[in-house]
Design a protein around this ligand. Structure first.
Ligand SMILES: [Zn+2]
Ligand SMILES: [Zn+2]
Length: 131
């Protein structure tokens, strides 16, 4: 029976069961239309957008190039009055954002499901009474 010695002692992979909170492994996004891959270090470090880095990247990418990167088709929320818009990777936050904006500003918004051109309108709630 032979003893197996690791070829490079000390390089055995450590099993990390509880990863540190700071992100070591910077997420990457690629876009086949642009033929490029980006890491999200800029979004994470400079913009400090944390777990919204991917959404932020996707939105910025579309703003500058007119399309979304690969595998990132977020929910889009556009206000009909404000120039701003926001993107969300899931429906819940997108609808919450729209409802909150409508509630505070009384603006109507359009919520676009991923990849859809058919908006789902969100109307501001009626004021009860004092108008
Ligand atoms: Zn692109
Ligand atoms: Zn608005």
């Amino acid at each position: 029976m032979a003893t197996v010695t690791p070829k490079f002692p000390g390089t055995e992979r450590l099993v990390v069961t509880d990863p540190p909170p700071d992100i070591d492994d910077v997420p990457r996004v690629s876009c086949s239309r642009c033929g490029r891959t980006w890491d999200l270090a800029y979004e994470l470090d400079e913009l400090a957008v944390g777990n919204r880095a991917l959404e932020r990247f996707a939105l910025d990418h579309r703003r500058h190039t007119g399309h979304f990167p690969d595998d990132v088709t977020p929910w889009l929320v556009e206000c009909r009055r404000c120039p701003d818009e926001d993107a969300f990777l899931s429906e819940g936050p997108a609808r919450r954002f729209a409802a909150t904006h409508a509630r505070h500003t009384r603006h109507a918004l359009d919520v676009y499901p991923p990849g859809s051109d058919e908006p789902d309108p969100v109307e501001p709630p009626e004021l009860s009474g004092d108008e």
